[in-house]
Design a binder for this molecule. Sequence first.
Ligand code: FAD
Ligand code: MLT
Ligand code: ZN
Length: 456
Amino acid sequence: MLIDRLKEIVGPKGWVTDPVELAPRLLDWRGAVQGAALIQVSPSDVTQVSDIVRACADAGVAVVPQGGNTGMCAGAVPDGSGTQVLLSLGRMNAIRAIDSANFSMEVEAGCILENIQQAAVGAGRFFALSLGAEGSCQIGGNLATNAGGINVVKYGTARAQVLGLEAVLADGSIVSSLRSLRKDTAGYDLKQLFIGSEGTLGIISAATLKLYPDPGPRSTALIALQSSGQAVRLFAHLRERLSDSIEAFELVSGYVFGLVQKHIPGTALPFATSAPWYVLLQAVASEGDESLEDALLGAAETQLIDDAAVAKNSAEANAFWRMRHSIAEAERAEGKAQKHDISVPVSRLEEFLLRGDELLSKMVPDAQLVAFGHVGDGNLHYNVALPDGSNDGQRVTDAIYELVAETGGSFSAEHGIGSVKRKYLPRYRGGSEIALMRTLKRALDPNNILNPGKVI
Ligand code: FAD
Ligand code: MLT
Ligand code: ZN
């Protein structure tokens, strides 16, 4: 019987069937999607992952990989049938090696992101991926979703942080390309298949990550603005002056920071009066560029900014970032806004914001825009809270996604597709792209046992 075989593979510490213990693993982070599972198995190495997948393949039973379960699209939650196996990577959390001279690090998939960042710092290096869930999300989940976060403007998404990968395929075989090379054109770049595939093409078991030199001290500023369009213009202004020194450029509406102050104890803005919009900006000191302070003074002279607070020390900078990183939690506490994780070219962001305002005020005048995001990447969390009892949800989402398409954007910028956005994929990806995605899925997982019902 499959259950007995799985228990034998992982040993007594590696499985859970108790419903109370399983419960938090079966509800997605937002509390919107409830699943069920036959069993949760937690392998301790890649051989066990391989044996689990092979056993499930033999039995024709689906496997749902789960990291920290912080994903926003319910991709890590099994369906409600109770027949799927939940494969938790959390016990595979070793940092195997750091090669300081090669600026690389080999880790198992279940490593918590923050632990990876700290290990890099301990070796005098820097790992660039950073996001609000870093204390609990795992690198396997980050890679499976091609997570973005706050540093994309300078360092790129999760995909750009990977040199090598190890994955278990649907038949249990292990594909290991754990190389630590920056240049390697020997055949197809297979690791990229698994990055961003949300557990539907293989189970990521380990990765070789790219490290950077320690970027040294940063300047962090919180800037008050009258309009979101000003933020887009400010980004262009500062990027001209600070070039690649800008690590993060985040937009947050006054309403959203209000939610943070309401729900997250000990948070406060450093300004006497509140503003409609804010930018949180972080830059590294870089020779030859203007200082952040001088660049901001220039922006104030041309009325690009209303007010700015430059953090005087790391405690102040951390307090600004705590407010930013708490947004998802504050938004969840307030109630479920409809999430729209969209991106458009930065050059069309201002147009998108103007047209979005118009659209919402016509369509749902009593809705509340809950907007924040990574403006430096053209990625906004353009969320909308509708009044209780409203039936406009679907209409609003459809209209926003149409506007995104008209402005050259994507309806899914950094959170992935999971189960909740699956129905939109065929609408917004061309027929040939969908056909190729299906061909890949069929080739790699002909019996559809890897995270079925997600993405495609
Ligand atoms: P999970 O939620 O466990 O899984 C996500 C998907 O990956 C699922 O489809 C799952 O099946 C698959 N998966 C997990 N592990 C593996 C594996 N080893 N092999 C194959 N497939 C696997 N996202 C951003 O992009 N940018 C942000 O700024 C950001 N901020 C966030 C802030 C907060 C407070 C929260 C709660 C979430 C945030 N997210 C953000 C979303 C989420 O944290 C990221 O998507 C994260 O990368 C998910 O990692 P996880 O380990 O929790 O994955
Ligand atoms: C963020 O930028 O804070 C995350 O993507 C999480 C969210 O959108 O809620
Ligand atoms: Zn985000």
